[in-house]
Design a protein around this ligand. Sequence first.
Ligand code: HDD
Length: 678
Amino acid sequence: MENNENSKDKQLDQFRATNKGEKMTTNQGLRVSEDEHSLKAGDRGPTLMEDFHFREKMTHFDHERIPERVVHARGYAAHGYFELYESMKEYTKAGFLQDPFVKTPVFVRFSTVAGSRGSAETVRDVRGFATKFYTEEGNYDLVGNNMPVFFIQDAIKFPDLIHAVKPEPHNEMPQAASAHDTFWDFVANNQESAHMIMWHMSDRAIPRSFRMMEGFGVHTFRFINEQGKVRFVKFHWKPVLGIKSLVWDEAQKIAGKDPDFNRRDLWEAIDMGDYPEFEFGVQMIDEEDEFKFDFDILDPTKVWPEEEVPVKIIRKMTLNRNVDNVFAETEQVAFHPGHVVPGIDFSNDPLLQGRLFSYTDTQLIRLGGPNFHELPINRPVCPFHNNQRDGYSRMTINPGPVSYHKNSIDQNTPSTATEEEGGYVHYQEKVDGRKVQRRSDSFKDHFSQARLFWNSMTELEKEHINEAFSFELGKVQSKDIKQQVVNMFANVSQQLGVSIADAIGVKGPKDVKESSVTKSSLALSQEANPIKGVATRKIAVLAGNGFNGKDVSKIMKEFEKAGTRPEIVSDKQGFVKGDDGTEMEVSHTFLTADFVLFDAVYAAGGLSVNPKVKKEAVYFINEAFDHFKTVGASHDGVDLIADLPADTGVVTEASPSKDFADTFLNALAEHRHWNRQV
Ligand code: HDD
């Protein structure tokens, strides 16, 4: 079978159905003559049971909802493809990693973890990053997150972690937030969470866009090549646009102004042809080197510092197609870390081992039975054959009497395949030990890498972590829990513990054994590794009638040429007219848009005459400034910005020079102007 970037799309096409231009029918195909009035005994009489169309329509509606995912309920997805820079043959026999000319179709779902399906997207949370590769050897799922470590080391604790972070059961509050007592009680009493909490308190937990965050497979997996050589591997996604975050005040405001902020961003980018791209990388450790590190490579609360084990970039993923139907695709897609292909195998990470059970189990309740693999989005692009039969909503019609192995009626088919024929053979790891319910001593150091992370942060990032702790613990009611958390994180950094204690009104840390780790890993800092660019960034262009048509049109063109998305914001919808008759269509008013929804603001003029409008425009600009964004002005727009202190992110020129747009764009490329932090 030849697989290419369109294989999945072609397969999905068999299932697409459009109603446009068709006559309405029941689900049995009967043409419907009436869809507004139910069948009644007389004009004012009771409705009759006989009205099968009413009953069918109502019954279907009554059953439209399925259980939301127990975690990662709020998500959004897109289709795309994968291309290889170089063959990975030396390291793995995985078919889709052999040939640089083969493009593999993918489906990627991004998500928050804690919130319900309708919750806001810009909350402080981990983001899910789940990829389904439709390979010619079957589906391979990489079900990862945007942080490289996890809260717990053993899957048996997952229900406890999730119970603690979800809204508290007695009053179902707070929604989509970790800033509450049960979560922090869990943290303090499960200190293996220390490293992950440092990530969770960092700016990584409030990404500007799904397109601007990293992804990680988290666990250690295995690569196995044709010769049987084994390497331990970790998987990485690196966003081509760089890693960018929101600021916390902004994130909270966006949650109200546009709870769909991240999905809208993804949808619009793909819709406008700005396809999100991620590079795929692997870290590899030879099997013989398993014990050469000062951490256990099976422990999912540990990173492999990139300075010690470099990330080899091997391929790129491009997301280029939005879904046709969110329920059919995004909601019904079923990921599973156990969906592997030959050449990729598991490790004994106890978190991964437990996940291998949980994901099929959850689909059984969520998707209503064992046939979810037949749903269009979940079908592999290669054929599948076995003796599994029946169950709710079985779609395949298997003719013939045989549904068992072994048989003679069908000459013992479907038959198993040898390894050479592509049969999956589990890695024959030698296992020897007693059955125990305890953790290896090598999993017991919870603070060294939390400290490594802290050491690797810039001063600004440390400040943000500090503020995040102060916010989260500031929402905790129990003084005892607050105190426990302060004591716990003083083990990471005494200075951090002291400053949180000060902010939340508890005693300074006691009995501290501050980690002695002095190492840092530059790769862990997003600020220290900036990828600067302006592509796809949104600029609010504030304009009213009378703006300088000639100059502003030129500046808008420059903005567009650079790949940004300038959108006109004014006091009314319709068109604004420039002094030379130039007309520009208004995209938003001060009522429908908000400064938090843009990366930068440019005051183009024409808004100073009416004091009410001027006040709205000044507020818009000032708040954007307070969120460290680039603001600029030309012509009489300069009036709106006059009170702001000068810095590299404030670009004002009453008579804009030919470099105005460039200067503004260079400032925008900085993402935020942190010098404003006091
Ligand atoms: Fe999980 C969903 C990622 C630990 C049990 N998980 C889910 C999704 C992602 C992750 C991205 C959403 C998939 C989608 O978009 O449909 N989970 C992770 C990562 C983990 C992790 C990176 C740690 C490294 N998960 C984890 C454990 C368990 C689960 C330890 C249970 C033993 N996860 C689930 C689940 C979900 C799920 C309950 C809910 C919906 C689903 O599976 O399909 O089975």
